[in-house]
Ligand binder design. Structure first.
Ligand code: PLP
Length: 422
């Protein structure tokens, strides 16, 4: 690995200069009053049953990457949460805050537009709160995700992927479903069984006793950020004894990278916090150049949904409230090929079976290790397990169809001349 490292050193030096100019994203976002009271349940330490098992995940040393880079590369094993992903924390926090605020009542339905993980987490935890879950999901998401949702008892709508500016974008449909449920509850309808009613376009939500709805809104609801600021960030700090030098993660809603980066920066501003961004996402440009996209690339201006990346749950072309809370020093780009190769490398060398976003995060961890140099401790997130990705990311035929069949024997797939520039 030593020679591989040195061959990339020139490119990395350039990348370091490009991305290392300290970048504090929306540094005045602290003006937002994002701090909320700790929810009743958390405050009293009353969590019981399944939701008490969310969080406090292990921080695993990824031996292969640590040995190859000379850094301690640690992965927060979020796939060990009861619902199988980092989104369990977010689901619990969103529901707790909504119940505390009276925006959701027990028996109500939590609606969400989600490409999978958040929905699965919501569906997993709603019974603990006596609630229900309705999910709107783009129909290009891996089929096993909606199958799991249905088994968990959620109602699922699979819809055509369209721009966020379209009223039938899955997020907008989910928002509508919550307000439809609220109208039904307010009008005293006892039967909500899929037939057309005066509430207008009737929800696909099927329930016998409508107690209203609440739109989880993981992209804009800062409970998402707070789940990580109050949970994941402090856990990482404790688990490393405050001895860490870098943190890196990709962003979907941005909640993870924002909550953790902001917490770590509050603790120690010297900790370098970075984004790894998949193909097709505008966040790399936003972090490194301050500009998200050209006018043509803006969400809502594209004529059709372009095929950008096979990774799921990460990358976005709009700025969310959650991402705006991030404090980042820089960003890297990652490719699908690197993510696929990384996932196989981790399987072979560490027995870690992770999904596409976790693999991308590990690509980022190695990039950051090479910029910081040996002797540093770097933390990243292992968001979910590979088991969620059997029909795409971990499917040989699918990868072959997309020219992404893995072939690397070591980490040579990361040695291309990455300047860190768009
Ligand atoms: C599997 C997976 N990994 C990573 C992410 C990104 O996390 P965040 O939304 O906190 O940016 C998501 C988001 O949905 C996800 O589903």
């Amino acid at each position: 690995m030593a020679s591989a490292r040195s061959s990339a050193a020139g490119a990395i030096a350039v990348a370091a200069v490009a991305v290392f100019s300290c970048y504090v994203l929306f540094s005045n976002s602290s003006k937002f009053s994002w701090r909320r009271r700790v929810s009743r349940a958390s405050r009293k330490g009353e969590k019981k049953g399944l939701i008490a098992a969310v969080g406090n995940t292990p921080l695993i040393r990824i031996n292969s990457l640590s040995d190859a880079t000379g850094c301690e590369i640690l992965g927060k094993a979020e796939f060990l949460n009861p619902g199988g992903s980092v989104k369990d924390r977010v689901a619990v926090k969103i529901i707790e805050e909504a119940l505390d605020a009276g925006a959701l009542v027990p028996g109500g339905v939590v609606t969400e537009g989600s490409a999978g993980s958040t929905a699965i987490s919501l569906a997993t935890v709603v019974p603990s709160f006596g609630c229900k879950c309705h999910v709107v999901i783009p129909d290009d998401a891996a089929i096993e995700k909606s199958e799991i949702l249905e088994v968990l008892g959620a109602t699922v709508e699979r819809v055509r992927p369209v721009s966020i500016t379209h009223r039938d974008h899955y997020v907008n449909i989910a928002r509508r479903r919550a307000s439809e449920a609220n109208k039904l509850a307010a009008n005293g309808y006892r039967q909500c069984n899929g037939h057309s009613t005066e509430a207008g376009e009737f929800p696909a939500i099927s329930m016998t006793d409508c107690k209203g709805g609440f739109f989880a809104d993981q992209f804009e609801n800062l409970a998402n950020f707070r789940a990580h600021y109050e949970g994941t960030g402090p856990e990482i700090w404790e688990q490393t004894g405050g001895n860490l030098h870098g943190f890196i993660a990709a962003a979907g809603t941005g909640g993870t990278v924002a909550g953790i980066s902001r917490f770590l920066k509050d603790k120690d501003p010297r900790i370098k916090c970075f984004l790894i961004d998949p193909p097709g996402s505008g966040l790399y440009n936003k972090v490194t150049r301050g500009v998200m996209y050209t006018k043509e690339e803006a969400e809502g201006r594209r004529l059709k949904n372009p095929f950008d990346t096979i990774t799921e749950g990460i990358g976005i072309n709009r700025l969310t409230m959650n991402f705006m809370m991030a404090e980042l020093d820089g960003a890297f780009r990652g490719t699908d090929k690197e993510a696929v190769e990384m996932s196989r490398y981790l399987l072979k060398n560490d027995g870690l079976f992770v999904g596409s976003s976790s693999a991308m995060n590990c690509v980022g961890a190695v990039r950051l290790a090479r910029v910081l140099g040996p002797g540093h401790t770097i933390v990243t997130i292992l968001c979910d397990s590979g088991i969620r990705h059997l029909s795409k990311f971990h499917n040989s035929q699918y990868l072959s169809d997309h020219g992404l069949t893995p072939s690397a024997t070591g980490l040579e797939f990361l040695d291309f001349q990455d300047t860190g520039q768009p």
